[in-house]
Design a protein around this ligand. Sequence first.
Ligand SMILES: Cc1cc2nc3c(=O)[nH]c(=O)nc-3n(C[C@H](O)[C@H](O)[C@H](O)COP(=O)(O)O)c2cc1C
Length: 352
Amino acid sequence: MANPLHTRVCDLLQVRYPILQTGMGWVATPELVAAASNAGAFGFLAAATIRPDDIDQEIEKVKKLTERPFGVNFLMDAPGAEQIAAAIIAHGVRAAGYNRSPNAAIIEKFKRAGVICVPTCGAAKHAAKAESLGADIVIVQGSEGGGHTGSVPTSLLISQVVDRISVPVVAAGGFRDGRGLVAALAFGAAGVAMGTRFLLTKESPVPALTTDRYVNAGIDDVYVTKQVDGLPQRVVKNELLHGLESAGSLRRLWRALRSGLEYRQMSGATIPELVRSALSIRGHERLTRSQMLMAANAPILARKAMQDGDPVHGYLPSGSVAGVIEDIPSCAELVQRIIEEAEQTLRALSQE
Ligand SMILES: Cc1cc2nc3c(=O)[nH]c(=O)nc-3n(C[C@H](O)[C@H](O)[C@H](O)COP(=O)(O)O)c2cc1C
């Protein structure tokens, strides 16, 4: 019998196991990506929080740490997107990850260069659109997933999308172990993608003061809020969120303006570029003007928690799964454990 844990995704990504480590701003650094890929999973470098001028050097860092294939996840409508796409092609990166505002011209370039296109979608209609634009694999993220998230639970979204598109579907939102991997395969997916679980590994760059908040969170401590940047985001409750929820509009505006200025310094983007990017998000997500102003809050406030180790003033994007994760294994231990448990689960299911 064919190995059920060897799926079409393994062949497309040239990877041992059908497990993807997703792009997470400030978290999916070269060290984490290489550790995930060396463990037999497929890592995505998060380019949303890398200055476009630094992308070549960050891709080179991954290549020094692993000979295995990996991907780069980026925002196709952000300043510098063309530069990042060019770097992906020039460095022969195996896959490109993206989500909102897919850009047909960039996707076309990837297809010509043989880069595997892996968008993430939170709704069946977006998955169908992504396929028609050339996706080779579609990650579907259910509402349990971390960071920006939709409203359809993972268990319903997977089969809904599998029934609608023909390219392989990878399930995201709520995965952490081998039972989850087998369940995703049973729903028709060809693998799982995990963010929060990889954030909580030894090779994750996130300081302990911040990871402690995730490990100590219960399921009820992880909830969806629009207070960070106007869009629904799943986060671990903390002091910052409490403050934003009780703040008046002037304080929120002040917060958004400070983030905007810091973002400009961080990204090196010019003001017209930032405005163009915000307008494009606005068109895509139907954001109000005040939501547009808050757009820079997400990367800036995440940096405080993820890089500076300040879980009080930063925000903590997280999947619900943080509520049931209690340890920090290495990537190799994690991937091995998932595969062993998946094999054991498959054996138990096939016993008479
Ligand atoms: C800390 C954190 C940061 C994230 N940053 C990004 C990002 O920069 N770009 C992106 O497309 N998705 C981002 N996400 C979403 C993840 O890539 C992934 O889709 C999600 O975490 C999957 O759900 P899970 O956490 O239940 O595994 C982030 C998620 C987390 C937890």
